[in-house]
Unconditional design. Structure first.
Length: 130
């Protein structure tokens, strides 16, 4: 007697079904996390969505604008310089994460930054960000 063997097409279908099930599970987990954040923590969830070309989603754009407004109010800086500084920091953070994904990190701890102790105008000038 010869055992039934799965063809390549059958294996591909099984793999696709497994991937779809995994995606559905991930979506359910994300929905549960959002529900927990909203109901228990009484907070909001704003996903920061970026395109591969550097564009931002609507909520991400409003988040950056609000963050710039708060920094301008707190530090008394110029809005245009502040928003360009935030965009530059975000761009470098995305670039850093894209580089770390394939090669891994070489340092154990990433130092955090505190915007209260920096001068945005000097940062923009040194980085040639306008």
């Amino acid at each position: 007697m010869q055992k039934d063997k799965l063809s390549t097409c059958d294996l591909v279908i099984i793999i696709i079904i497994i991937i779809i099930i995994m995606i559905i599970i991930i979506i359910i987990i994300i929905i549960i996390i959002i529900i927990i954040i909203i109901t228990i923590e009484h907070g909001t969830f704003t996903p920061l969505i970026f395109t591969t070309t550097g564009g931002m989603g609507k909520e991400c754009l409003s988040y950056h604008s609000r963050l710039a407004e708060l920094i301008v109010i707190k530090k008394g800086e110029d809005y245009a310089k502040t928003i360009s500084w935030i965009r530059a920091r975000t761009s470098f953070a995305r670039l850093r994460s894209a580089l770390i994904c394939p090669r891994g990190t070489r340092s154990t701890v990433r130092k955090s930054w505190d915007f209260r102790n920096i001068d945005i105008e000097i940062e923009n000038t040194e980085g040639a960000i306008y």
